[in-house]
Design a binder for this molecule. Structure first.
Ligand code: PMP
Length: 453
């Protein structure tokens, strides 16, 4: 039976069952409550379907690529078929390669390791540290935070036009911000990059779990994402895209699996012939369970109908934003403004509250898990807060007095496993904390704000 997007949009239960939906946690004020996991942007819960598929495969688990036995062959087939499933999920071109990594961070570090000599890199200061920092051996141009998507495209155009030569260049951009949830104009940035002879890699860590991604439609050269944000928490990630830079470079890790043949040379050294497939960058025994889990998640999202998942999530986004807008003390962080399209990732500060204190109270008094801090995007969050780059917010530090700048922020994030009740509980809790204050005392222990016993 097919479910219409409209009907799915109205559904109050999570469209995709996830593990942990019935886990209860204690409240400091007494009693227990089901845990409201609202930190999907850090790690999303596992899809029940992913868990079931992994459990069904587990007895058949065997070594990949090396064993002659039946289960080794089965595991090798599952591993290689997972590559095909991921390529389909990402709408890859026929000659793209899908390399399995540990995470988005690992994928972008892999790409940084295969940049051609002299490659220039262009990256906005607003990026997650995983996109901002791996380019240590390249000449990097950091672009200032744009205030509209059009400004982002114009800034990139200007920077690329000002390049001295026409050597290789790479633009790295996020699809959806892990701080504001706002979508970046990826297609337009890709067109600008290509018009200036540059390539582009899409950090889809936050986009892929919330929105269909098509390498071909967006015309990006590579895409990177993590399994644990895509409901497949088994320590695997993906870098997919153009084969040429990947195959022209030395392997990311040297070892078995990446090498086709190794022999001794007359001078006593060793000669290595490396693979020219994705295996070139997958040395060592691969994480077959993690890879299989990613493929299972890709299939589950596709089969559920990504459009209806997006439609329902957008209803939750609107509900959270409406609820927060009703609290004058709350300021939602945004780069591109209220009308910008966004996914279910929303950061905010509360006037008069230290964000760590607020997040601790949401957890201890309401059983709601959010995140507080600078979200591994320090330059962006500090720009949005207008805070001094040298100071860190801490629970033990004084509450931000009315009118004073916050030092860190609170982030709420959700997705296909979130029932309406979690979002309603969150909105109600924010209102209650702001109007009535915390019912408990909190203190800092090892840098974390926790209830004082
Ligand atoms: N990019 C973005 C936009 C992210 O949100 C994250 C994780 N917060 C990463 C990259 C890094 O992902 P991972 O920690 O899985 O490597």
């Amino acid at each position: 039976m097919s479910v219409s997007v409209d009907a799915a949009c109205q559904a109050t239960t999570a469209p995709l069952p996830v593990l942990g939906h019935d886990v209860t946690v204690p409240l400091v004020t007494g009693g227990e409550v089901t845990y409201a996991a609202l930190d999907y942007a850090a790690s999303a819960p596992a899809l029940q379907r992913v868990w079931d598929d992994v459990a069904a495969y587990a007895p058949y688990y065997g070594s990949v690529h090396r064993g002659a036995g039946y289960l080794s062959q089965l595991s090798t087939d599952l591993f290689e078929n997972s590559r095909v499933a991921v390529a389909e999920f990402l709408g890859c071109r026929a000659d793209d390669q899908v390399v399995f990594t540990r995470s988005t961070t690992d994928s972008l570090n892999l790409l940084a390791a295969v940049l051609p000599a002299g490659c220039e890199v262009f990256v906005f200061e607003t990026e997650h540290h995983a996109s901002l920092l791996p380019w240590r051996d390249a000449r990097v141009t950091y672009l200032d935070a744009p205030r509209t998507p059009a400004e982002a495209v114009a800034a990139l155009e200007r920077a690329l036009a000002a390049r001295a030569g026409d050597g290789p260049a790479l633009v790295c951009v996020t699809g959806a911000s892990n701080v504001t949830g706002e979508l970046w104009p990826v297609r337009e940035l890709a067109a600008a990059a290509h018009a200036h002879g540059a390539r582009i890699v899409l950090d889809a860590a936050q986009l892929a779990p919330h929105h269909p991604v098509s390498v071909t439609d967006l015309d990006v050269d590579w895409v990177a994402f993590s399994g644990h944000k895509l409901y497949a928490p088994f320590g695997s990630g993906v870098l997919a895209g153009r084969a040429d830079w990947l195959q022209a470079a030395e392997p990311y890790l040297a070892g078995g699996g990446a090498s086709r043949t190794v022999g001794r040379r007359a001078d006593g050294g060793v000669d290595v012939e490396w693979h020219t497939t994705a295996a070139r960058h997958e040395a060592g025994s691969p994480n077959v369970i993690g890879v299989y889990a990613i493929a299972a998640a890709c299939k589950a999202l596709t089969e559920a109908g990504f459009d209806r998942l997006v439609a329902r999530e957008q209803r939750l986004v609107a509900r959270v934003r409406e609820g927060l807008a009703e609290v004058p003390a709350v300021r939602v962080l945004s780069l591109f403004g209220d009308d910008a399209p966004r996914v279910g990732v929303i950061s905010f500060v509360v006037e008069g509250w230290n964000s760590s204190h607020f997040a601790a109270a949401l957890s201890a008094e309401y059983g709601i898990g959010v995140r507080d801090g600078l979200f591994c995007a320090h330059p962006l969050v500090r720009t949005l807060l207008g805070s001094d780059p040298q100071t860190q917010g801490e629970c033990g530090s004084p509450e931000a007095a009315p009118g004073e700048k916050s030092l860190n922020a609170i982030r709420v994030s959700f997705g296909a496993g979130t029932p309406d009740e979690h979002v309603e509980r969150f909105v109600g809790a924010v209102k209650e904390l702001v109007t009535e204050g915390a019912r408990w005392n909190y203190r800092t222990v090892d840098g974390r704000c926790v209830p004082a016993v």
